[in-house]
Write a new protein. Structure first.
Length: 315
């Protein structure tokens, strides 16, 4: 296992964590819609540079227009839901809920791909969602909209990841990346007039930095998967919970409650079991590697990956 792959993966995930903390910071003064609009706006030049530097001239006509259309529109919902959850919930709690994505991918692989999960995988999936209940404690306090938003983002991310795998090699990576970006920009442009607030140079600059962090984190993650074994690289996404706790405590005065920590450990344990035992669940890492706006995490997030073979086609 090359040490470089580990370093690249952890570095990319650290950039995503900084990205998410900046999203939370920006959301204290401007709307989520405005944040998404400007991050997407700043991402276009970066993607254009990448396309110009590509060794091939890709066709921008999708082979599966309905699937690409669904993926694009659902991506808009994912970004809005994830960003909103970062705005209203502690960072560590958002990460815990987003970490359910690999579990959902495994659960969806049966009805969508005809791949049945084993008994041990179903036990891990159920255990993971028990961890979700521990985190949000629905019997102790009312479930907040932020919790629903985070779980919505995780669910749609899982559906998207499974859909990407079903499309296989029939759709180019540039299509799967560019069309959601365009859809996000168009929808945010229509919504922006209803929530726009003037921005100073500092806020605008942070938005540009967030776009750069997202793309840089994605590239590092892609290259990490190329150089290392997916079953080792994939579980590293859970290192973000450490950054979530640190950044939350340092910058937002967030001290994780015991139930959040316990529930997170249950979710992480279940997720690692699924990701390392079921190659199909590793699709979830592809979305993380390819997201060009924060979702990340997604990814981020967001925080998803398709097969390592497909990642070779990003170039």
């Amino acid at each position: 296992m090359p040490l470089l792959a580990v370093v690249m993966s952890l570095s990319g995930l650290t950039l995503y964590a900084i990205h998410d903390a900046l999203i939370k910071y920006l959301s204290q003064t401007i709307s989520v819609v405005q944040i998404v609009f400007f991050i997407t706006l700043f991402t276009f030049p970066l993607i254009s540079i990448w396309l110009v530097g590509s060794r091939t001239t890709p066709s921008l006509r999708p082979q599966n227009p309905w699937a690409v259309g669904f993926r694009s529109l659902s991506f808009v919902v994912i970004v809005l839901a994830a960003f909103y959850s970062f705005q209203v919930l502690p960072l560590a709690q958002v990460y815990a809920l987003l970490f359910t994505t690999p579990l959902m991918v495994t659960a969806l692989s049966g009805p969508m791909l005809g791949e049945r999960a084993t008994l041990s995988q179903w036990i891990a999936i159920i255990s993971g969602f028990v961890g979700v209940l521990v985190v949000i404690q629905p019997t102790v306090e009312a479930v907040q909209i932020g919790h629903i938003s985070a779980l919505t983002a995780a669910t749609l991310s899982a559906i998207n990841a499974t859909l990407v795998r079903k499309l296989g090699a029939s759709e180019r990576s540039v299509i799967l990346l560019l069309y959601p970006l365009i859809a996000t920009f168009v929808v945010m442009s229509l919504m922006l007039p209803f929530s726009y607030r003037p921005m100073d140079i500092q806020t605008l600059g942070i938005s540009a930095i967030v776009a750069l962090l997202s793309l840089s984190g994605g590239l590092l993650t892609i290259h990490a998967f190329r150089r290392g074994r997916a079953m080792i690289i994939a579980p590293m996404q859970y290192s973000q919970i450490i950054w979530g706790v640190v950044f939350g405590a340092l910058f937002f005065g967030e001290v994780p409650k015991t139930n959040t920590l316990v529930g997170t450990l249950i979710i992480i344990g279940s997720g690692i079991f699924v990701v390392t035992r079921d190659r199909g669940a590793q699709i979830a890492q592809d979305e993380l590697a390819r997201r060009t706006t924060a979702i990340a995490r997604l990814n981020s997030l967001f925080h998803l990956r398709r097969s390592s073979k497909d990642s070779e086609r990003v170039d």
